[in-house]
Ligand binder design. Sequence first.
Ligand SMILES: Nc1nc2c(ncn2[C@@H]2O[C@H](COP(=O)(O)OP(=O)(O)OP(=O)(O)O)[C@@H](O)[C@H]2O)c(=O)[nH]1
Length: 305
Amino acid sequence: MINLEQMALILKALPDPAFILSRSGKYLALFGGRDARYYHDGSGLVGCYIADLIKPDKARWFLDQIALALDSGQLLIAEYELSNRDVKDLPDDGPQQPIWFEGRVQALDFQVSGEDVVLWVASNISARHELELQLKALSDTDQLTGLFNRRKLEYELASHYELSARYAVLNSILMFDLDNLKIINDNLGHQVGDELIQVVAAVCRSELRQNDIACRFGGDEFVIVLPNTGPEQALQFACRLHQLLQTALSRFVAAGSVASVSIGVASMVPEDGSFSGTLQRADRALYQAKKLGKNQVIEALTGGR
Ligand SMILES: Nc1nc2c(ncn2[C@@H]2O[C@H](COP(=O)(O)OP(=O)(O)OP(=O)(O)O)[C@@H](O)[C@H]2O)c(=O)[nH]1
């Protein structure tokens, strides 16, 4: 059987670090953490307090997790980011980038110096976290243009509509559709049509402010969300974008037709009931722009006018 001495060697050899921490945040012991690819040597932490080593906000968070694990008696799992710059007294060798950890925290059935204690096992999950971020970005992105896709748009619209309803924030949207893309595709080929769509995306990107959100809504339909923007400003933006797109698309000509865009503009109002109501009004304005001969901007009507 394994004796105590061997047990100590086994604990020392654990790849992931396992801390024993008191309720007040004292590092009482550290076992393992031998995988130098993922962890700094934390042995210098033993005897210190979290609050003395880690920046106040993060220290508070760690102490809260310890309290939660102790009070619930359940295994607590939490993800967090920590860099060696967040922790005093860690050596500079070891990973330089901030590390994402999964902490598994379990109350222990004994006390040390009259204090409750937990076992805190920290596993480096940076690679998984990075992959999750990449997958999230991919699932929000339209492949051809790199703009956001409809899924992300609906998420953003829902949260902006809620802000608009709750705090009377002015938010506006532009919905636009390319004119004559079918003629371009049929005469110059689908690849040229793709290029045209990419030019539209590039012009949009160049005109957006940091918080604006541009999405490819469908095949040749786009939506731009303009947070904190009222009807007048939105209309001005739409006219400027229309002008810029007209210039950028003027080289896409086939069978006597030039590519252009028709734009509907709508601002969120309580009568819309939800973001879908605003989208519908923008869509009706866009339809009107098409009906009036394409290549123009039309402002949506609100319920009252
Ligand atoms: N090249 C290319 N074409 C696309 C893509 N997605 C949709 N389309 C084309 O876009 C066209 C959309 O149809 P319409 O809106 O009726 O075509 P349109 O010529 O723009 O018609 P108007 O809006 O009335 O001017 C169809 O011909 C689709 O095949 C794409 O990713 N690449």
